[in-house]
Each structure stands twice: as C-alpha cells, then as structure tokens.
Design a protein. Sequence first.
Length: 393
Amino acid sequence: MKFKGFLKDVTGASRVTKARINAFDTASDKPVTLDPIAEVVKAWHLGRVTLEVTEVRDACRTAKTVRFKRCDGDMPYFLAGQYVVIDFEIDGATISRPYSISSSPSEARGDDGYIEITVRRSRGDGFIADYINDSVKVGDRFTALVGCGQFFYEPLRDARHVVALAGGVGITPFASMAKEIARGGLDFDLTILYGSVSSDDIVLKEELDAVRCDRVKIVHVLSGDEPDWQGERGFLTAELIKKYSSDDTTYFICGPQAMYTFLRGELEKLSAPARRVRFEVFGQAKDITKFPGYPAHLADKTFNITVRRGVHEDVIPAKATESIVVALERAGIRIETGCRSGECGFCRTKVVSGSVYVCPENDGRRAADRDFGYVHACAAYPTSDLVIKIPIL
Ligand code: FES
C-alpha cells in the first residue's frame, strides 16, 4: 500500500511538472501587465490621495468642521470611527496630523462624496489645530491618508449595544458611527454619553440631534454650572454609565487624556471585562513627565540626536520632554507618521545607540521590535544622546 502511495505521489508530481512545462511553452512572450491581486490590494490601500477643502463651518463656538472632496479619484473606503492623516506644509516642513472622520462612510460614496473632520481650537498647545480653525479655506489642497486606525465597530468582537463615552471633540468618531447607523449602514445600538463643560461647548450638537433614532441615543452631560440645564449633570461616573448600560455592553471611549484615567477607574467599578472596553488612541502625551517611570531629573535637558538616512547624517537637538518625531519635525526632517500614538508603526525607528523613555500608554511595539532596539518615534523620548536610523522619504 505504501509503495502504491509512493508511486502515486511521484506520478502526480510528474503530471504537475509536465503541466508547468506546457504552460511555459505556450505562454505569451509579452510581459504580464496586470496582477489582479496587486490591483485589489492597491484599491484597498491607496496610499496618499489629494483632498480639496469644499466647505468650512462652525461646529460650535470653539471648533470648526472642514469638508473635503477628493481631487484625484473616488474617496477611499473607510469605516466609521477611523481617522484621516493630513499633511500640512508649514515653513517648508511637512507635518502630519491624524483627525477622526466626523462624517459617515455613506457620505463619502458617489460623485459628490466627501469626508469631514471637526477640530477644536487648541488651548495654546496645538498650532495645527489653530491653523485649521483660523487659516484653512475653501480651495486649499492637502495630501492625506484616509481610513486609518482600529477604532471601529466589529460585530464578531463587540456587543450589539455600544455605550460611547465621549469628551469634547472626542465625539467625532461617534458622530460618524451615529450617522452611519441612522443611514442603515451599521447594525448596532449606540448610546452616546457626551460630556461637555457647558452647552456652548457641545461639538456637532445640531448634527447629533438630527441623527437621533431608535438605535441612536444621545445623552449630554454637563459638568459646568448652568442653572437652566435640563439634562444630566456632572461627570461620566460609574453610576451614570450603569444607568445607560444593558446586560451586555461594549464601551468605546474617546476624549482628552485626563478623561481616560478617570474612566478606567469608573469602568473598573462596573467590573466591565477588558474585551468589552475599547479606547481610541489619544495622540501624543500632552505632558510626558506625568507618566509612570519618566526620569523627572532629565526633564530640562536637551540631547543631540544623530539621524542617519541612507548615507546622510544630521545632528539635531531634542528636548527630553519632546518625542523624537517632534524633534525631527522641528529640524525639518521628514518622517512618516500616522496615529502619533504609538499604534500604527508608521514612525518605526531603529535606535542604534543611546537610551529612550517610551510612553507606557502608547507603547504599541511588537515584542521583536522591543528586543531588537526599535521604537515608535512618536512615543519615544530621548534620555541620552542618540543615534537613530530612519528611512529616506
Ligand atoms: S505615528 Fe503611529 S506609531 Fe508613530
């Protein structure tokens, strides 16, 4: 039996060999120009596209919504909750920033398809946010990467009822989800608990009101002192969250960094299982010295980073409290970035020598990268002079 099986294997293999020789003999001399797999991959991963601003409007007294159409084809596919990375050319340097898309995927389809972002004016620490609020106008063009990030609903993983805990401009991914549910493009129940200081600060209020339906509930929670306010008051406490939760709920959280620490504690009180809690990445740490293990005695130091790009070598200064990405951008050296939160790996950088502090909240490296001295430059801060290697762009 074994011998028969062996013969069958050998003759089977020789049949395949003959078929291959025949295929080579009869093949066209012309090179294959179309690889169907590559075409599909290209359609899904378009790379950077060109967007043009078609509208700028107020989203509340402190935030603006900017609408973009694509100039060089159809708007790329994305999921409600994902973000767009936009490149800004400022003083000869290219600086990229991620913004959650506040419009729905359905609105991006068709000839007039568009995406929108909603950006709040900074409180003195975000010059791109202020640039968008003050200077971006209809007709401006930007290159951008549309459809990044992992913050979206996944029916195989998430419960049918999602309670979204939003603070400030962190409402944007939930606005996209709410609009998509209202249009029938997503199949889950969404309750948004949206914390703001005052009713004037509520971002996208009218748009959220317009998509309320059986499946989309929006609860505004004000922390400021507003005597006439009829709705919920205070913070997004465990008690309040419980009131709007069901037996099986997934919690999605997006908002300022301080809110994350608070909500972790509140969700622990509810014994919410880790698989039912999803935090959106929150961008670069606002104050890295506040994170556990940061070497505070180095906070006022400035180090030298030797940056190797192919055969080029530059030496740039870098403050101990600014990430390697920020130091590179300040020096006008381009590095690919996406999330700026350690998640996507676009800014993966080899540390040849020297030491860094990696923000524990944003350490999205693979284990092998940790072992072999790679960091995500948006989440790594110099704690000595460094030599790093980055790709040439
Ligand atoms: S930009 Fe995403 S990991 Fe650094």
